[in-house]
Every structure is written in C-alpha cells, then in structure tokens.
Design a protein around this ligand. Structure first.
Ligand SMILES: CC(C)(COP(=O)(O)OP(=O)(O)OC[C@H]1O[C@@H](n2cnc3c(N)ncnc32)[C@H](O)[C@@H]1OP(=O)(O)O)[C@@H](O)C(=O)NCCC(=O)NCCS
Length: 144
C-alpha cells in the first residue's frame, strides 16, 4: 500500500464499516516499520487491503476489507495468505484480531486459517454496543 492508494482504500473502508478508519489512521500505519499494509489490485484499481502491526511478538490484524463488487472471490484469503508468508520469517508468538460477533462470514474465514475464539470484549463497538470476539492463531513455530 502506498500513500497514493489511500483515496481508493478510504472509499472501500467507508463502504465496509460503520465506524471507518480516518485517513490519518492509514497514514500512521503506513509510516510504521512494524506494520504490514498490502493492497489487492485489479487492472490498476484497488479492490482490497489488509493492515497488520506487530507489538511484543504478536501480530495484530487491524483492518481488512474487500470492495463489495469483488467479495467471495478469495481476495481476502489471498491477502491473508500473503501476509502470513511475509511474517513467517519473523520471530513471533502468534496473530490476533477482533471481529464483530455478528460477522459470521469473516469469522468463518479466520477459522479456516486456524484462528480460534479466545475471548469476548463486551460492548467493544461504540456504534451499536456489539461485542467483539478476540481471535488468536499460534505461529507455526509454536506448533512445531
Ligand atoms: C470479510 C471480507 C474481508 C471477506 O472478503 P472476501 O474476499 O469476500 O473473502 P473470501 O472470498 O476470501 O472468503 C473465503 C471464505 O470465507 C467465508 N466467507 C467470506 N465472506 C463470507 C460471507 N459474507 N458469508 C459467509 N461466508 C463468508 C467463506 O467460507 C469463504 O469461502 P467460500 O466462498 O468458498 O464459501 C469481506 O466480506 C469484507 O470486506 N467485509 C466487510 C469488512 C469486514 O467485515 N472486514 C473484516 C473485519 S474483521
């Protein structure tokens, strides 16, 4: 992801989430050495993105969305696979993320990568008070 991608990234973000990230939130992640920010591109158009950052040997998957005209084509799956490939050479304990309890499609996708639900943040989402599931995946090293 580059700064010049952010106009299109923001459009996808705003049509995907009730409380979208601001432009500054994306710029902050792009500027961090400890973050991975990837886009999926189709014929020059940004159609999806994933953002993750590492804190204390844990990768936090912070944001993931696919343009609504491009969903169910395994773009999110491809971006997660690419992200996991990039991280595999790094020393880390695992991966974590939060997801709305009602987001069954995303939860199913994360489970297909071996994420499990390890907890709940009650009322985490301020727009509707919905709970977040905390999901976790051990690094491959931990499993070896
Ligand atoms: C969640 C999201 C990123 C998935 O992107 P995608 O590219 O459509 O996902 P994929 O095509 O890689 O899906 C892989 C699998 O995940 C599951 N899945 C994904 N979306 C699903 C949905 N809406 N309903 C049911 N299952 C779904 C399915 O098992 C799917 O495999 P299948 O199509 O063979 O059944 C996309 O729907 C999106 O941008 N949603 C809005 C933002 C969002 O919720 N982001 C996640 C925040 S934690």
């Amino acid at each position: 992801m580059r700064l010049s991608d952010l106009k299109q990234v923001l459009e996808i973000e705003q049509s995907s989430f009730p409380r979208p990230w601001s432009l500054n939130a994306f710029i902050t992640q792009l500027a961090k050495d400890s973050s991975v920010c990837l886009v999926a591109v189709d014929d020059g158009m940004i159609v999806g993105y994933i953002i993750a950052t590492q804190y204390v040997e844990v990768w936090h998957m912070l944001d993931l969305a696919v343009h609504d005209g491009y969903r169910r084509k395994y773009l999110a799956t491809d971006m997660i696979e690419r992200f996991l490939d990039i991280c595999c050479s790094d020393k880390h304990r695992g991966f974590t993320l939060e997801v709305r309890k009602s987001n069954r499609g995303a939860i199913k996708m994360y489970e297909s990568f071996g994420f499990i639900c390890t907890g709940i943040r009650k009322g985490y989402y301020s727009d509707n008070g919905e709970d977040a599931l905390i999901m976790w995946k051990d690094s491959e090293d931990m499993l070896a």
